[in-house]
Design a protein. Sequence first.
Length: 119
Amino acid sequence: VQLQACGGGLVQAGGSLRLSCAASGRSAYAMGWFRQAPGKEREFVAAISWTGGTTDYADSVKGRFTVSRDSAKSTLYLQMNSLKPEDTAVYYCAANTYLRGVTTNYNVWGQGTLVTVFS
């Protein structure tokens, strides 16, 4: 499976962005989002199961971000609201081609998309 993420950009604090990640090829079952801020390690953001019925979020984004996937299960989304400067990072989508439940363990990674939040 190949993943192609897009939707990053420059946004003022308090604003919103929606990231997308298109999956092609082999089925991408469980999927998720991670981010890496400058000088920091990559961190988990959100995850969603194959059916979309189960989600999980990092405490730092709960209530502000929403992860979802389309009915064809080929596109992953991350709706980001009430953005803060500390959300600035390169965001990566990821997929697990074996597991269908929510997980933070992924074997396929997309390229990142940069989100910059200014105050």
